[in-house]
Design a binder for this molecule. Sequence first.
Ligand code: FUL
Length: 454
Amino acid sequence: MRKSTLLLAGSLALAGAMRGTFAAEPPAPCAPLPTPEQLAWQRDELSLFVHFTVNAFTDREWGDGTEDPAIFNPTQLDCEQWARVAKDAGFKLVILTTKHHDGFCLFPSDYTDHDIASAAWKDGQGDLVREFVDACRKHGLKVGFYLSPWDRHEPKYADNAAYDEHFRNQLTELLTRYGAISEVWFDGAGGEGHVYDWQSYYALIRKLQPKALIAICGPDIRWVGNEDGFAREDESSVQMRDGQEIWYPAECDVSIRPGWFWHKQQDDQVKSLEHLLDIYYRSVGRNSGLLLNVPPNDKGLFGELDIQRLKEWRAALDRTFATDFAAGKSAVASNVRGGDDAFGPAQALDGDIDTYWATDDEARTASLEVDFGAPATFNVSRVQEFIPLGERVRGYTIEVWQDGAWKEIVKGTTVGHKKLERFPDVTAQKVRLTITDSRACPLIAGFGVHYASR
Ligand code: FUL
């Protein structure tokens, strides 16, 4: 045993010596860092939102809580259809509105009659949340719950403390009956002036589902600040709170239609493919999670046009990123950590975001040059940092070699998990990524250029 360990160590040293390098120490983390759950969420990139309640039967966006629960009767409800559509379009997590502002619960709650047990659907015997969770699990999707703090039906809402208890009771039902929950989404809308005991909600979630992320009115995932699906060009997961830097990644929520809920007259107002692609590039492509809403209709099904559009969207993205002109090509870098190939530029071009090109500790600027071997035409760039060790890059450029000189085509700020840029078609044989500013030595897990057909 000992002998073979020695032999292994000896041959590794020999291999290092043969290529003129010895294993370099991995870089130190650059705080703040993501939790394992935040990291997985950022790498998942895509979540589907499902807005469903009595509003699908009243043609409203905000129910006022006076709706008769009996009207809720999605006669062809098929949560598997939702899950299949989500899966095929590349979503990793699906978040359901288990209770919207109208207070109607899609699960049978012991704390209200304003719920699925009073609905005509399945004579009050059904549990829509259960069907939703089962369908997601069957199709390998993570599950998230939206539970509206603002409740326009519940009489206890008038009494802060009584409502806090009511809300915790409902949270307990949701977080103990349905297995592992990945995200709890707290909407900040409505209820102006009402004071919620947020800390007690968070403590309960941490106790019942320690791995669940708490989003929006919560400490783990931040609302991007609009409902258009667009992040800022310099969106960063490093945010200041109470004078401290914390890891707080952004989520972009937007609906595929004008409304969050289904309205018959919006059946032909599904966003165009161009619009949805724009949303992708300006959310996922700006270091943020995309939470795209698709509302089921009054039958309990996604619309044909919504499904068709999602297919087109997935196909367009797949076509674009299947082109990857720098992948596996020969590359040189201005600085390689300890001269060790384990941190060499090839690590940014290998399609594996768990390996990365790294520089020596002192470097704050560095460049990586790729030669495709033949001219290529492209119009999208992709840069990805190795965020398990923190977000570092604060400035970068991309240039192409044309007519004997470098010509700048992208000038960016932050990178984070993924930064995509679109630009007019450019043809070149060599491309250069330069990190112009960084909080610590840059760690680049992915660099690529792609062609999006128009
Ligand atoms: C908003 C709500 O008022 C909308 O109805 C929707 O749920 C959206 C996601 O959040 O604040």
